[in-house]
Design a protein around this ligand. Sequence first.
Ligand SMILES: [Zn+2]
Ligand SMILES: [Zn+2]
Length: 157
Amino acid sequence: MTTRRCTICKADTEAARLALTHGEDAPLAVTVHDMPVLECPHGHRQFASADFPLLLLDHLMEHDEPQLPASETKGLLFKHYHCAACGTKLASSPDQPHTFRIDVALPDCPQFNIDLTVPVHRCQHCGHEQLHSLKDVRKHTPAALAHAFKAAEIAAA
Ligand SMILES: [Zn+2]
Ligand SMILES: [Zn+2]
């Protein structure tokens, strides 16, 4: 990570970690742990690099989220969901929220974690927990992440 000047007060910044920040775009909630940032002596924060938010979003949506367990959608007009593990038809509404922990490893950046909390189906037959729809999760990811950055008062570079 390279050090840059604070975009607000022009003081030198140092590499720091943001302990925790949280954002939501219902039904998805995102909690970011130990995210690397740059911080000046006055506590102004900015992204570790100018393209950090885009890299992170891209990594989450293209790499991490597709690995989450998701149910299978069948039917065109009236969708119904089937357990990805055993094929049993699932209840039509998602039941309890479940948190998936993701280890994020971006190039040239120390590793940190993101928790994605979403409603999941728990198969009544085999107990497998799965996303209602991966498409839905991906659709809400940009806004949830943007809210988390805003909550942490991170200035765009
Ligand atoms: Zn500053
Ligand atoms: Zn099942």
